[in-house]
Design a protein around this ligand. Structure first.
Ligand code: FDA
Length: 397
């Protein structure tokens, strides 16, 4: 049997992009996908509208133990290159917020585009393919794959099997195990872009406020994000929380500034002299949802609920102000890989070429997308990494 030039494991964002680019260079490319159809995460992404890139993509939007690694691929295949491809396929899109580009219609448009590009390059995609074993006899003799669809041989093997996040959408440890089989090290894995859970009394509060969204600044692990926070039945979610979850470590506190544009201490002291008969909650409902103010009152100043500002001791007013600008909470954990959008950590990039994504330990072996230790912020950055790393490998295999 004639070996394939390239076998790509995983028909997700990075794998399909790589396959199309390699195919367009005349390579015979086979994509093997375990699931019953390609691109499941693409289809579910962005609430069904795929946040496919971000206008402001910069290396600073990515976490890695090797922060320089992503620069080369991101600069050689930029957000503008992907937008050009989207335009070529006539896909309608819009900027939602903060440079995040979403399809006007549905994520399927992006998947159809990748499949059309692959098809035009004569790429073969086989689904429902379970890979049992990958072997190679000699360092220069390519790879032999034993699968549920039979045996395949390839000169180059691209691992694009993604991370552990959301097993129902294809999350798997396959790529990490394969990397280790070839001597690669892993940067420890943990779920990221994931909601926080709570086991203390705060959980009751989040249940009561479930569905409520507030614009806040959330800080953890030395990093702050100014976006919306969402109370849920299990704890806290929303973009601000998902972003900061990538920097948070088990056991650490999270700081929430409920009024990020206001120095609450100065404001309350000024109001105390300007509107002395006003109640604190009356002031706060001008800035925050009433339901939230009611719960905060029960938590922080129930005994002064009916006390006009003039009768508050400064010290106590300032204590509430401090809480409003820096509410300290300790999550018990996160919702884990079940709902995490991405996996932090992965194949250590110090053993991979940043130009080609080829292993420095085994010629012909490539790693692209989420399986690598590159994790983007929320907002289309993870897909931009999948496209850029896919193109880098596709141009080299
Ligand atoms: P990806 O997970 O896309 O693909 C891996 C493929 O490999 C899967 O098809 C999987 O089935 C397959 N596979 C796994 N093991 C295998 C095996 N042993 N054999 C064969 N195949 C195997 N990002 C973003 O930028 N904008 C967004 O809007 C969103 N939205 C979003 C929503 C949800 C619900 C999730 C879970 C994630 C997002 N993301 C996102 C993150 C984004 O989906 C993710 O970063 C990319 O899909 C990663 O691309 P990869 O190709 O590396 O993996």
């Amino acid at each position: 049997m004639k070996p394939w030039d390239v076998i790509v494991i995983g028909a997700g964002a990075a794998g399909l992009m790589c396959a199309a680019v390699a195919g367009q260079r005349g390579r015979r490319v086979l994509v093997l996908e375990r699931a019953n159809k390609p691109g499941k995460k693409i289809l579910m992404s962005g609430g069904g509208r795929c946040n496919f890139t971000n206008l402001y993509t910069e290396p600073d939007n990515f976490l890695s133990e090797n922060p320089h690694f992503c620069k080369s691929a991101l600069s050689r295949y930029t957000q503008w290159d992907f937008i050009e491809l989207v335009n070529k396929h006539g896909i309608a899109y819009h900027e939602k917020t903060l440079g995040q580009l979403f399809c006007d219609h549905r994520s399927q448009d992006i998947l159809d585009m990748l499949l059309a590009e692959s098809d035009a390059a004569s790429v073969q995609v086989k689904t429902r393919c379970e890979i049992r074993e990958v072997t190679c006899e000699e360092a220069d003799q390519g790879f032999r794959l034993q699968t549920s669809l039979g045996e395949f041989h390839a000169n180059a093997l691209v691992v694009a099997s993604g991370g552990l996040s959301v097993p129902t959408l294809g999350g798997s440890d396959f790529g990490y195990r394969l990397a280790q089989q070839f001597g690669h090290s892993l940067v420890p894995l943990r779920p990221a872009l994931v909601p926080f859970t709570f086991s203390d009394g705060f959980k009751l509060l989040t249940e009561k406020l479930s569905g409520l969204s507030v614009s806040v600044r959330v800080t953890a692990g030395g990093k702050s994000f100014r976006e919306n926070l969402l109370f849920t039945h299990r704890g806290l979610s929303g973009p601000a929380v998902l972003q900061v979850s990538s920097y948070w470590r088990e056991g650490e506190e999270v700081h929430i500034d409920l009024l990020p544009d206001t120095d609450v201490a100065s404001w309350l002291m000024a109001m105390k002299s300007q509107q002395p008969r006003t109640l604190l909650r009356t002031l706060l409902v001008r800035e925050l949802p009433r339901k939230l103010v009611q719960e905060l009152q029960a938590l922080w100043w129930s005994e002064r609920a009916e006390t006009p500002l003039a009768e508050w001791p400064d010290k106590q007013l300032l204590a509430v102000a401090k809480q409003l600008n820096g509410w300290q909470l300790k999550p018990s954990g996160t919702e884990g890989y079940r709902t995490a959008e991405v996996t932090l950590g992965g194949v250590d990039t110090r053993e991979v070429s940043s130009k080609t994504m080829e292993s420095q330990l085994r010629p012909g072996l490539y790693f692209i997308g989420e399986v690598l230790d590159i994790t983007g912020h929320l907002g289309g950055f993870n897909f931009q990494w999948a496209w850029a790393s896919g193109v880098a490998a596709g141009q080299s295999v």
